[in-house]
Design a protein around this ligand. Structure first.
Ligand code: CA
Length: 311
């Protein structure tokens, strides 16, 4: 059965990447909880999806004069104690006015705080002790080349902290993910990490890294990935094609290449409020990825609904 990864915690129900969202994802039955990671000014791993603070915090109100010339407030420009002064809100759209998902947690209710990677790991490990479950972590290094330009080595800092918490080998309950193939190779061959690595695959238009993802999804590209990673994390649409003859949804070439090369497949992102038009409804989408594709794990904003659909 597909493992369930809580994408940014229980982000369908609570502001993403907060401790509340992690605790709720845990309670809903996730096998792994995801942490996106960026570094603060004092080089502390912070659980945040964006290098910007603009779309998930009230930074504009608290530090109105701390934006850069490009109009963005950067996590990297604030110390942890400054970041702790901010409140976290439900994610906003690119115009920073409306919510990205209109039916999710209200903007005007609640007091949520930015958390560090260590705070989130301690919460999960504490729950593992009190519940006798063994929920894993699934950290993603965000924009390593950007961090390097800023003088920060996000991989080394994060790997050291993970080691302090007992995540250092293939047997530990962790997957380590990144969009940047050069960084994953560096993690394996230069930083000598034996963590299981997942190569995320995006769309070139998103500028997630310098990789050419159209090349990466070719047979040659996937053979290369299989040398350093144990699995791939592609967005949903890369993994199927809809037959023009009979309308049936079948696994894409990429899915076959990944299987043939022994790679796990961890698709992102299952959302009840953003379903690809190729699927009639949420349950059919989840069932296709879990039963037809037999995905090894699924990233989902809705842990409970995904588990229900699979069962
Ligand atoms: Ca992520």
């Amino acid at each position: 059965m597909s493992l369930i990864i809580a994408h940014r915690g229980a982000s369908g129900y609570l502001p993403e990447h907060t401790l509340e969202a992690a605790a709720y994802a845990y309670a809903l039955g996730a096998d792994y909880i995801e942490q996106d990671i960026v570094l603060s000014k004092d080089s502390i791993p912070i659980v945040m999806h964006d290098i910007y603070l603009d779309f998930t915090t009230n930074v504009k109100k608290i530090f109105p004069n701390r934006k850069r010339k490009d109009g963005h407030w950067y996590v990297r420009d604030f110390t942890l104690s400054e970041l702790k002064k901010l409140n976290v809100n439900e994610r906003l759209k690119g115009d920073a006015k409306e919510k990205a998902f209109s039916n999710r947690y209200p903007l005007e209710i609640g007091t949520f705080k930015i958390c560090t990677l260590s705070e989130q790991i301690e919460l999960i490990q504490g729950l593992n002790k009190s519940t006798q479950r063994n929920v894993g972590i699934y950290p993603e290094i965000k924009n390593p080349s950007w961090h390097r330009k800023e003088g920060l080595d996000i991989s080394s800092v994060t790997l050291n902290q993970l080691k302090d918490y007992g995540y250092a080998s293939k047997k530990d309950k962790i997957f380590f993910q990144c969009f940047d193939s050069n960084e994953l190779k560096r993690v394996k061959y230069e930083l000598n990490s034996s963590l299981p690595l997942i190569q995320l695959i995006g769309n070139n238009a998103w500028n997630e890294s310098d990789d050419d993802y159209s090349q990466m999804i070719s047979l040659e590209g996937i053979e290369d990935v299989s040398k350093y990673a144990i699995g791939i994390g592609p967005y949903l649409q890369l993994l199927y094609r809809v037959s023009t003859l009979d309308g049936v949804i079948r696994p894409s070439k990429l899915s076959h290449y990944a299987r043939d090369n022994g790679l796990y497949i961890h698709p992102y992102t299952i959302r009840k409020d953003s379903i690809p038009l190729d699927f009639d409804d949420f349950d059919k989408m989840v069932k296709w990825f879990a039963s037809e594709l037999k995905a090894d794990a699924l990233f989902t904003d809705f842990v409970d609904l995904t588990i229900q659909a699979i069962r």
